[in-house]
Design a protein around this ligand. Structure first.
Ligand code: NAD
Length: 505
């Protein structure tokens, strides 16, 4: 069975209208499951960047959205969630033909999470402290003071290809809830679903111009948004390399920036581990979405007393993961996103072999029925990896697990923290007290004990060290999408009560 594709051209979505690139240029979107062109999208230039920023800015300043009450805005978010559920099949199709995500992931996780994020954000926004009155303090005299949170203005969201919709929604939902306008610049492999989201938001009652999508190369469109003086904030998810560039480019206008970047997350297996849950859990942690998850548990640290047993069990369980057409519900692992990504992963596998790691399973492009034309890589496990090897230090972003041996808990913690990244970490053990003690020593924004990829909307997500700055999700996410203003009103009616004026008079 092959995935059916139809080549359609997608324009930008600006001010509620479809706007092609003014020079008529497009780029191809390739279905990674079969290597065929699935669609084309507008290759925008600086002309469209100016147009989209102007539209977002004017809409923001008009107050048509920013001046609405939080109740009204929350109601639109709820209607937007309903629209996503109504149009789930179309969204799944658009994501499926471009990202290579399996139908099990798209239907079973993505759609539900998109709707839940909107619903939870709508709810948290109603409870957010937009105005916080401060207590009276002697040294400022009789006065009333309050801290007010106001929208930032225009937010630019720059998103990656691995979870194009969820990672866009983590920015869209809080930005809209707080009254901002937003421009999303999706990755060039996967803009289709995000364009659909913008259209659905308007159908749900969002005024045109509040949520816009512009497509095109990161080095042109992305950089122009990051340096644009009329953009107030950049919310970026992507590689650490591009994150560094964005941070330095944003300095020119002192733009607010949140960065969700790469990872090389360690997962520590203690000797008392429960194999029945840990083996499938570890593999889910690293092979879900073909390993293209920023917080994947890619470095597995196993106690020497159980090392070989764990390696054998992992290899045996890996052989049960079914690769195939992502739109087939029987498929557990689909292709990686592109030919380029496949080649990068294969070169990392070669470097593991060159550096002396022991290949336990996988290690090559997968072949067979429904696989030959697509960019599939076999689930790959390396044993005898040392933490200084390239495959243990660099983010591969593919289905490759590096298994490292340790003999003491202190050593495991030291290896776990010996990385430039700090996005996630994990511990597998029946001893919950010990696992929690270890969790406290791991330098990572999220620590999972006996689990992986367990997200919740009320828990902040983000990285220590070079995995990023700022947090998404959680009830404090709105702080990242608002400005803070202190308003002080003096209640001192007589000049004699104004002690501070006496400093000069
Ligand atoms: P990428 O950094 O190459 O691209 C991300 C986005 O940035 C794309 O939209 C791209 O067009 C744009 N971009 C590229 N160059 C730019 C520039 N100079 N200026 C502005 N924008 C630019 O990342 P990717 O390959 O799309 O995604 C994979 C990476 O994303 C991995 O490193 C992964 O770990 C990371 N990621 C992190 C998280 C997280 O939450 N921490 C989540 C998913 C992915």
């Amino acid at each position: 069975m092959t995935v059916e594709t139809k080549v359609t051209e997608f324009a930008n979505y600006i001010n509620g209208e479809w706007v092609p690139a003014s020079n008529g240029e497009t780029f191809d979107i390739v279905n990674p499951a079969n290597g065929q062109i699935a669609a084309k999208a507008a290759k925008s230039s600086l002309i469209e960047v100016e147009q989209v920023v102007k539209s977002a800015r004017e809409t923001y300043e008009s107050g048509v959205w920013s001046n609405k009450s939080v109740v009204e805005r929350s109601q639109v978010l709820l209607r937007f969630a309903a629209k996503i559920q109504e149009h789930a099949n179309e969204i799944i199709y658009l994501e499926g033909i471009s990202s290579g995500g399996t139908i099990r992931k798209l239907a079973g996780a993505d759609i539900m999470q998109l709707a839940m994020t909107l619903k939870d954000t709508a709810d948290y926004a109603l409870k957010y402290e937009f105005v916080e009155p401060l207590p009276v303090v002697d040294y400022v005299g009789a006065s009333r003071s309050e801290i007010v949170r106001e929208p930032l203005g225009v937010v630019a969201a720059i998103t990656p290809w691995n979870f194009p919709l969820i990672l866009a929604m983590w920015k869209i939902a809080p930005a809209l809830a707080m009254g901002n306008s937003i421009i999303v610049k999706p990755a060039t492999n996967t803009p289709l679903g995000t364009l659909k989201l913008a259209e659905l938001a308007i159908e749900a009652g969002l005024p045109p111009g509040v949520f816009n999508v512009i497509t095109g190369p990161g080095g042109v469109v992305g950089e122009a948004l990051v340096t644009h003086p009329q953009v107030d904030k950049v919310a970026f998810t992507g590689s650490t390399e591009v994150g560094k560039k964005i941070m330095s480019l944003a300095a020119g206008t002192i733009k607010k920036v949140t960065l969700e970047l790469g990872g090389k997350s360690p997962s520590i297996v203690l000797p008392d581990v429960d194999f029945e849950t840990a083996i499938p859990g570890i593999l889910f942690g690293v092979f879900f979405h073909s390993g293209q998850v920023c917080e994947s548990g890619t470095r597995l640290l196993v106690h020497d007393s159980i090392y070989e047993e764990v390696v054998e069990k992992l290899a045996a369980a890996s052989s049960k993961i079914k690769l195939g057409n992502p739109m087939d519900p029987a498929t557990g692992m689909g292709p990686v996103v592109s030919k380029h990504q496949m080649e990068t992963i294969l070169s990392y596998i070669k470097s593991g072999l060159d550096e002396g790691a022991r290949l336990v399973c996988g290690g090559k492009r997968a072949s067979g029925e429904n696989l030959d034309e697509g960019y599939f890589i076999e689930p790959t496990i390396f044993a005898d990896v040392t933490n200084d090897m390239k495959i243990a230090q660099e983010e591969i972003f593919g289905p490759v697990l590096s298994v490292i041996k340790y003999s003491t808990e202190e050593e495991a913690i030291a290896i776990a923290n010996d990385t430039i990244y700090g996005l996630a970490a994990g511990v597998w053990s029946k001893d919950i007290t010990k696992a929690n003690q270890i969790a406290g020593k791991l330098k990572a924004g999220t620590v999972w004990i006996n689990d992986w990829h367990a997200f919740r909307n009320d828990a902040p997500f983000g990285g220590y060290k070079q995995s990023g700055t700022g947090r998404e999700l959680g009830k404090r996410m709105f702080d990242e999408y608002t400005e803070t203003k202190h308003i002080h009103t003096s209640l001192a009616s007589e000049i004699g009560q104004r002690k501070s004026f006496g400093l000069i008079f």
